[in-house]
Design a protein around this ligand. Structure first.
Ligand code: ADP
Length: 305
């Protein structure tokens, strides 16, 4: 081996070592960048991300862009929460301020109705009190909703016999069902499930009330309990007007009412509230329906804690 060969081998070794060092440094840089990005994302996930914590000059261009993006989305989600809070407060203020005037309108129209009045005035008084009742219902539904959403009222589920829930619902719905001529059949059950009796009665009543309301006189509503391993399913089946497929997901949103029911009383909040209540206690609700033949609403209550 001559001197030239030795120099060549030396150069080759030096180049290989230099290349290995460059690769190692590059890998280290990539690892650091990934660690920093992951730290930023962790902070964003737990809501404590602040751009100032990360020194802009020390970040690569990808990290800086990510930092800016995260800080923009953090501030817009904070704004959204503040907006939501304002709306909730507004709803409860409106509810509070309108309570006394509505109660007075109801009272005065009732007093007026007790007087001897010309025939057309009696009709006007009846219209007045029915509109005031509708307003009263709407406001109290909004108050309930806002209390539930702000956590003023909490749903506290406990182990309860499902029969108790069915009995409460039967007691509340029978006068209305009898007056309309819709039969309500409830199958007895010995099953227990985890739910808040008061709130779940409200949710179930909203569903059963709809079943009676959207079923013609002479129709029927059946309530049946089917226990599964994880959930207790309660089916409320009517043979009423049914719900078009494209509307079946919309009916659970706030204020949605099908154009097919515009001639019926209602404000479009009952199913939204029912879903919120069931969600809060770990349950859920489903619907299957075919227009013209009827609907089945299935309520699922958890079987265990
Ligand atoms: P509301 O009954 O006051 O309009 P809900 O939130 O309780 O409000 O129901 C939303 C909509 O879902 C109703 O307006 C109606 O279009 C539809 N709906 C609910 N239950 C039934 C049912 N059993 N049969 C047919 N349509 C129904």
């Amino acid at each position: 081996m001559n001197t030239l060969d030795i120099i060549c081998i030396g150069i080759a070794i030096a180049v290989a070592v230099a290349a290995a060092v460059v690769v190692l440094l590059y890998r280290q840089k990539v690892r650091k960048t990934v660690e920093k990005i992951s730290m930023m994302l962790d902070k964003a996930i737990d809501g404590s991300f602040e751009e100032s914590v990360f020194d802009e000059s020390a970040l690569s261009s990808v990290e800086s862009k990510l930092a800016r993006f995260l800080s923009i989305s953090m501030s817009s989600s904070k704004n959204m929460l503040a907006e939501k809070d304002k709306i909730k407060r507004l709803i409860s203020d409106i509810a509070h301020q309108t309570k006394t005037p509505i109660t007075n309108i109801l009272l005065y129209s009732q007093l007026l109705g007790e007087h001897e009045l010309p025939e057309n005035s009696t009709e006007l008084v009846q219209a007045l009190s029915s509109q005031a009742e509708k307003l009263n219902f709407l406001i109290s539904a909004l108050v309930n909703l806002s209390r539930l959403e702000t956590g003023i009222i909490t749903v506290s589920p406990g182990k309860e016999p499902v029969q108790k829930l069915l009995d409460e619902v039967r007691e509340q719905i029978m006068p209305k069902a009898d007056a309309k001529g819709v039969s309500v059949t409830i199958e007895d059950t010995g099953v227990n499930a985890y739910f808040d009796l008061k709130w779940t009665t409200e949710a179930m009543y909203n569903i059963v009330d709809n079943a009676v309301k959207y079923t013609r006189s002479g129709g029927s509503v059946r309530i049946k309990v089917i226990p599964y391993e994880m959930f207790c399913r309660i089916d409320i089946t009517d043979n009423g007007i049914g719900i078009a497929e494209h509307e079946q997901s919309k009916i659970f949103t706030r204020f949605y009412r099908s154009p097919a029911v515009s001639n019926q009383e209602g404000v479009g909040i009952g199913l939204f509230l029912a879903r919120e209540i069931l969600d809060a206690e770990g349950g859920y609700i489903k619907v299957s329906s075919s227009p013209g033949s009827g609907s089945t609403f299935s309520v699922f209550l958890p079987m265990g804690e």
